[in-house]
Design a protein around this ligand. Structure first.
Ligand SMILES: [Zn+2]
Length: 127
């Protein structure tokens, strides 16, 4: 179980690193922490808090009214919700299925070791 927790923390770190480039590092960290590998996918597909400048195509914040790169006026885009309700539901379902399989896999591993341990010594020798 400890390994799994470490893996999830690692996913949080990776998602945060990806999110940071899109101006949402903290959000990315929590996505990764909550959904592990799925969180990384979410952050990867999220358009983030930035958009390309219409003039120089550098990535600038959605709320920027002047591009910091070419100094041209750009229309500010209100910080809209990045995910629709439908998308969030799909993400949660995927995360639930993923964690279900992960728990089952762990259980089957534990059962296998339990069966091995419960076998009497002669049965082991016959194998
Ligand atoms: Zn620009």
């Amino acid at each position: 179980m400890g390994v799994l927790v470490l893996l999830w923390l690692l996913c949080g770190g990776i998602a945060a690193a990806i999110g940071k480039r899109k101006g949402e590092g903290i959000a990315g960290f929590f996505w990764g922490l909550l959904f592990g590998p799925f969180g990384i996918a979410i952050v990867l597909f999220s358009s983030g808090n930035k958009r390309p400048c219409p003039f120089c195509h550098e990535r600038i914040f959605n709320q920027a009214t002047v591009c910091p790169h070419c100094k041209k006026d750009t229309p500010a885009i209100p910080n809209s919700n990045k995910f629709t309700a439908g998308q969030i539901i799909v993400i949660i379902i995927i995360a639930l299925i993923g964690s279900y399989f992960m728990v089952n896999y762990q259980k089957s591993l534990q059962e296998k070791t339990a069966i091995k341990a419960s076998l009497p010594a002669p049965a082991k020798a016959l194998k």
